[in-house]
Design a protein around this ligand. Structure first.
Ligand code: ADP
Ligand code: 5GP
Length: 185
C-alpha cells in the first residue's frame, strides 16, 4: 500500500477562487492546517499579517531565500511569494495533513522536492467566468488584472501536470472534494 499523501498543493489561475475555497474549507473544518505564505505584496483591505500572509519588505524576503527558510518561492505578477519551510515540515513530521495554496511555479518546485505531494488544480468553469471573477473581485487595477490574465493563460495550459482537477463551480462542492482528497489514503 502506498503511503498516504500528507501534503496537498492547491493551485490554479489567479481569480479562480482558491482563497475563497480554502477560507470556506477552514470555516467548516477549522482543523485543516493551511500554510501561511510570506509575500512582498501589499495587503488588500481586510488582510492581516499572519492570517492571509506574512507581509514583508523585499530585504526580508531576500534574507529568507538566502537562509534557505522557504520550501519554495516564486515571483508572481510583480511580487514574490514563498512557503515557510519549518512550519510545514513540523506538521508533516507530526503526521498531520498540510495544505498549500500556491502558484504553478511553486507547485512544480514542490513536485520536484516532495514527489509524494498531491497536486490539485482548481479550474474555472470557463475562461469568461475567470475574467469575470478576477475583474469582479475589484482588488487590482486594470494593468495588474492584465498581468494576472496573462499568467492565467500559462497556468491553464499546465493542468495536465496535476494529479487531480477540480472545477470551481460551487465553493461548497469543491471544499468537500478537496477535504476528501486530503483524507484519502
Ligand atoms: P484566487 O484566490 O484564486 O485568486 P479568489 O478566491 O480571490 O481567487 O476569488 C476571486 C473572485 O471569485 C472572488 O470575488 C470570489 O468571491 C469569486 N468566486 C470564488 N469562487 C467562486 C464560485 N464558485 N462562484 C462564483 N464566484 C466565485
Ligand atoms: P494573491 O496576490 O492573489 O494573494 O496571490 C497570487 C498568486 O500567488 C496566487 O496564485 C497564489 O496561489 C500564489 N501564492 C500564494 N502564496 C504562495 C507561495 O507561498 N508560493 C507560491 N509559489 N505562490 C504563492
Amino acid at each position: 500500500m502506498s503511503e498516504r499523501p500528507r501534503l496537498t498543493v492547491l493551485s490554479g489561475p489567479s481569480g479562480v477562487g482558491k482563497s475563497t475555497v480554502v477560507a470556506h474549507l477552514r470555516k467548516v473544518h477549522p482543523e485543516v492546517w493551511l500554510s501561511v505564505s510570506v509575500t512582498t505584496r501589499k495587503p488588500r483591505p481586510g488582510e492581516r499579517h499572519g492570517v492571509q500572509y506574512f507581509f514583508v519588505e523585499d530585504e526580508e524576503f531576500d534574507k529568507l531565500v538566502a537562509n534557505g527558510e522557504l520550501l519554495e518561492w516564486a515571483e508572481f505578477a510583480g511580487n514574490r511569494y514563498g512557503t515557510p519551510r519549518k512550519a510545514v515540515l513540523e506538521r508533516l513530521e507530526a503526521g498531520e495533513p498540510v495544505l498549500l495554496e500556491i502558484d504553478l511555479q511553486g507547485a512544480r518546485q514542490v513536485r520536484a522536492s516532495m514527489p509524494e505531494a498531491r497536486l490539485v488544480f482548481l479550474a474555472p468553469p470557463s475562461w469568461e467566468e475567470l475574467v469575470r471573477r478576477l475583474t469582479g473581485r475589484g482588488t487590482e487595477p486594470p494593468e495588474v488584472i492584465e498581468r494576472r490574465l496573462e499568467a492565467a493563460r500559462v497556468e491553464l495550459a499546465a493542468e495536465a501536470e496535476f494529479d487531480v482537477t477540480l472545477v470551481n463551480t460551487s465553493v461548497e462542492d469543491v471544499g468537500r472534494e478537496l477535504l476528501a482528497l486530503m483524507k484519502d489514503s
